[in-house]
Design a protein around this ligand. Structure first.
Ligand code: PLP
Length: 481
């Protein structure tokens, strides 16, 4: 007996679809596109049983063939599937994002990656770590779970932020993404659902797909970040995800930040629905306008969340040190998964990270000053050169999220910018399915001069696209951090 699925009534779905007269032609394709957009934005969750063709046709006042053809297109595109006993059910195609290493070609403007250059203090920390290395050389050099002093320093930092933590609750990983991968590898079964923000960090889409899971996207509104609480509640009722992946502080790519009550409510909601939440704090310390807010899981049992963090944005992506923090038994289980894959994280990197944690407050202050200046310069350049772009005003993080004018698409902009030496990550990389071709993420992680040059190029690209001088043939961009 297949599990009972929530069904959209013909009336509910018809009201989401809106007037069919306004749909692009041919009508079945316009209808399929409209339903696909509802699925990719999370308005119509994946896993929803669609009404019978005849009933929806009657409600929309179109022929049954039109609805049947629209459902067929959705199935062909992976946005619906036929389930025995359940009819046609909404679905999401597996995510597929490629990774290209950042290019070092001279003069190339790389805004495909939201990753700043190394913090100036890094070299000094490496040198100190090198000086401390001889004391380690007589031992075997493996530190499963992390060097004791590093685990203790990470635990102390959590405790100071309001999340009391023992070193045994911390596991050191090879970066933030690695920490998330360990959680999925340990806890996700094929077919399980993972609630994700939408748009979201592309890495999570790839990790979920690789683990055989399916994403349940929940819309993020940078203008009203706490609205995600109600949307997540609804999505959880409809598709019962096992895990959630959230970025409460300066979500990638929107820069949205949950308020203190908002994060408390979201944490409680996800927990009540039985989800374990992976809380990605990669940008949590990059608050540029206001101070820190309480950690996401502060009001819940330790077992409700796995908080993942690291040094890749504050210090450097080349320093492969991150961590996870959760309840001690689960931490031990996750450490075991990690140990099967790699016995230990490099000792020199761990020593360096421990040294950097000792000066993290000063280092962060410097990073924030730099990012503040860059963010403001980027926004000013956009306002001057591309005034019809609608640009978010994030209070932290690493990027702005732009809504493009209706006549140009993100994939076309990305394709037309590349030959001019500007690398971008197109909007669709941040979504499931085909969503977000009307958006572009622009990181403010390069020096001010580079950002201004990049906006000059974008202004040129826009003019060329509008005049027909640039082809802008869409190609899914390689990316993305
Ligand atoms: C939200 C988010 N999580 C994780 C990562 C990956 O971090 P790391 O390089 O530490 O694996 C990134 C990189 O951009 C990110 O934006």
């Amino acid at each position: 007996m297949p599990p009972l699925l929530d069904q959209s009534t013909p009336r509910e779905l018809a009201s989401l679809i809106g007037p069919v007269d306004g749909l692009p032609t041919p009508r079945y394709a316009g209808l399929a596109r409209r339903i696909r957009d509802l699925v990719t934005t999370g308005t119509l969750p994946a896993g929803r049983r669609l009404p019978a063709e005849r009933e929806l046709a009657a409600e929309l006042d179109v022929s049954r063939v039109t609805v049947a053809s629209a459902y067929r297109v959705l199935r062909e595109e992976g946005f619906a599937s036929t389930r025995h006993g359940s009819g046609t059910v909404t679905d999401l195609p597996s995510a597929g994002t490629r990774w290209l290493p950042p290019s070092s070609r001279p003069g190339l403007l790389d805004l495909a990656h939201a990753a700043p250059e190394a913090a100036p203090r890094l070299m000094g920390a490496y040198q100190q770590a090198l000086a401390a290395l001889p004391a380690q050389l007589a031992g075997h050099g493996y530190a499963p779970g992390g060097l004791p002093q590093l685990r203790a320093a990470i635990a102390d930092r959590f405790t100071a932020r309001g999340l009391p933590t023992e070193p045994g609750q911390v596991v050191v990983t090879a970066g933030v993404g690695d920490a998330t991968a360990v959680v999925l590898e340990t806890l996700l079964q094929p077919g399980d659902r993972v609630l994700v923000e939408h748009p979201t960090y592309p890495g999570i889409l790839g990790l979920v797909a690789a683990a055989g899971g399916r994403c349940t996207p929940v819309p993020v509104d940078p203008g009203d970040p706490d609205a995600i609480v109600g949307a997540a509640d609804l999505a959880a009722r409809q598709s019962s995800p096992r895990l959630a992946f959230v970025m409460p502080d300066f979500s990638n790519p929107t820069g949205a930040r949950l308020s203190a009550p908002g994060r408390r409510r979201l944490a409680a909601t996800l927990w009540q629905h039985g989800m374990l939440t992976v809380v990605d704090e990669v940008a949590a310390d990059l608050h540029l306008d206001d101070g820190p807010l309480p950690p996401f899981g502060a009001s819940l049992p330790d077992a409700a969340t796995v908080t993942v963090g690291g040094l890749s944005k504050a210090v450097w992506g080349g320093l492969r040190v991150g961590w996870l923090r959760t309840e001690a038994t689960l931490a031990a289980q996750l450490e075991e998964t990690l140990g099967r894959r790699q016995l230990s994280i490099g000792l020199l990197d761990q020593l360096t990270a421990a040294i950097l944690l000792g000066q993290l407050d000063e280092l962060l202050e410097e990073r924030r000053t730099q990012l503040r200046e860059r963010r403001d310069a980027l926004r000013a350049a956009l306002a001057e050169r591309l005034p019809d772009w609608d640009v978010t005003s994030p209070a932290g993080g690493l990027s702005v999220w732009c809504r493009l004018p209706a006549d140009i698409g993100s994939a076309a902009v990305t394709a037309a910018a590349a030959p001019l030496g500007l690398l971008l990550a197109e909007g669709r990389a941040f979504g499931t399915g085909h969503a977000f071709d009307d958006r572009l993420r622009l990181p403010f992680t390069r020096p001010v001069g580079d950002l201004r040059r990049a906006i000059d190029v974008l202004a040129q690209v826009q003019a060329r696209l509008r005049s027909g001088a640039a082809d802008g043939t869409p190609a899914r961009s390689a990316t993305v951090v």
